[in-house]
Write a protein that binds this ligand. Structure first.
Ligand SMILES: [Zn+2]
Length: 462
């Protein structure tokens, strides 16, 4: 291995000439640099500073600029589902769902059962293209396809590596489709982890997925925790997304969801608990004490009418909370806007929500992803992986580090994104995807979706 190889980071572009991004306003995100640039080489940020200095230093560098360039760290989605990408606009058979469990039964568990092997990569490519268009360079995904489980994560991995974002992948183990499906889910998680050990990826890391505690037995939960620990994998699961999860666990196991996780040794700094909408003070204490990560998904929670997470209490207790979309959208910038609105609206207090949403969007999500990926993500700093987004944003008002979040709330939007770079590789240039033929993917996706929707209408195979 050469010295240059040793300095490469996961997700880095191999043997490409340096890239100079700018000139523009660079946000690290807490510091603003004017007339600045970002010099990238070997997948990492080599330097940030005055553009003219960097230009002199790297005359041979490729350049990437925009007229009114605003350069931010690549955005991160802390919880999503690429497998839902082909459901966009799909008619849902039967009576409208009246509650969260019915939404799962009539929509998502109907869809996941009829996903076929061929669908995974196409669905993932659609979801990943959406991510890039929204400036998202890192996602934490949670996959389900009980009748097409074997090899599903390998298909997702191929799509991720092709598009070029970073992804933490896992398969959601559940007993809802029987013991054999649960066993297959455990094996699928382990298969990806072992494949990554044999052939490391510069984009993909493995986690161990569990659906949610209202669909796993004690035996299955114990097996998952044991298998994840043996492979050194962090857990990723839905926690108390709806009150039904709590009611089931109290009735069946005499424990609240987070208490049951704690009893099985499933909490900890590498566990990602998505939602935590219906957790009480004691459970928040357990999440804090074990340093468990939480993904907040306000749009999805509103869409499913399940309530909203107690983010004030979670943050007060020092829990690391990141922002996810739960597959509801790929648009993390939109999610940031909703995250601040929902808390203010729910508290009926215009003072609430702003600082909390800012803390989650700018810091919590970066900390969460950095821990999962073992790399410094969500910041622009020398030595950090070169994941960044260039907006063409002719701001009509002063734009400073102190009011960046105000511009993220009311101005900066996915429509301003022109270039996206991950690991030093240009994924989108002048709004054109560089790593994948977007038109061909969408054409294939429409064919897959039409067949998938027919199968959803007919119902599961067995
Ligand atoms: Zn989810």
């Amino acid at each position: 291995m050469s010295a240059a190889d040793r300095t490469r980071v996961p997700g880095s572009a191999r043997a490409e000439p340096p890239l100079l991004v700018g000139p523009g306003t660079v946000f690290t995100p807490h510091r603003r640099l004017e007339h600045a640039g970002v010099l990238v080489a070997g997948g990492r940020i080599r330097a940030l500073g005055p553009y003219s200095d960097l230009r002199r230093r790297a005359r041979a560098a490729r350049t990437l600029g925009a007229e009114h360039a605003v350069i931010l760290p690549g955005l991160i989605n802390a919880h999503t589902h690429l497998y839902s990408a082909l459901a966009r606009g799909m008619p849902v058979p039967g009576e409208p769902a009246a509650n969260f469990v019915q939404i799962l039964e009539r929509l998502w568990w109907r869809l996941d059962k009829v996903l076929e092997r061929d669908d995974h990569e196409t669905s993932a490519l659609v979801g990943l293209i959406d991510c890039v268009r929204c400036g998202v360079t890192t996602i934490v995904d949670h996959h389900a396809s009980p009748y097409a489980c074997v090899g599903s994560l390998a298909a997702l991995r191929r799509a991720v590596e092709r598009v070029g974002v970073r992804a933490a992948l896992c398969y959601e183990v559940s007993d809802r489709d029987g013991a054999a499906a649960a066993r297959a889910g455990i094996e699928e998680n382990l298969r990806l982890a072992r494949a990554l050990r044999r052939h490391p990826s510069d984009r993909v890391v493995a986690m161990f997925g569990i659906h949610a505690l209202f669909t796993v037995s004690d035996r299955t939960l114990g097996e998952c925790v044991e298998a994840a620990r043996a492979e050194g994998l962090g857990l990723h699961l839905h926690v108390a997304e709806d009150g039904a999860d709590q009611r089931y666990n109290v009735r069946r196991h005499g424990l609240r969801v987070v208490e049951r996780l704690h009893r099985f040794g499933a909490l900890g700094p590498r566990t990602l608990a998505a939602h935590c909408v219906h957790v009480d003070r004691r459970e928040i204490g357990l999440l804090a004490r074990t340093d468990t990560l939480v993904a907040h998904n306000p749009e999805s929670n509103m869409g499913n009418a399940v309530g909203f997470a107690p983010v004030f209490d979670l943050l007060d207790r020092g829990v690391t909370v990141g922002l996810g979309t739960d597959g509801y959208t790929a648009d993390v910038l939109r999610e940031m806007k909703v995250a601040s609105l929902i808390q203010r609206h729910a508290a009926a207090d215009p003072r609430r929500g702003w600082a909390e949403a800012r803390a989650i969007a700018l810091d919590g999500t970066a900390r969460l992803a950095s821990r999962i990926f073992g790399a410094r993500l969500g910041v622009l700093a020398p030595g950090a992986p070169a994941d960044l987004v260039v907006f063409d944003y002719p701001s009509p008002t002063p734009l400073r580090a102190a009011n960046l979040f105000g511009h993220l709330q009311f101005g900066l939007d996915a429509r301003h994104i022109v270039h996206v770079v991950a690991g030093g590789r240009v994924l989108m240039r002048h709004r054109r995807l560089q790593t994948v033929d977007e038109g061909a993917v969408m054409e294939r996706a429409r064919e897959h979706a039409a067949r998938l929707w027919q199968r959803v209408r007919r119902g599961p195979p067995r």
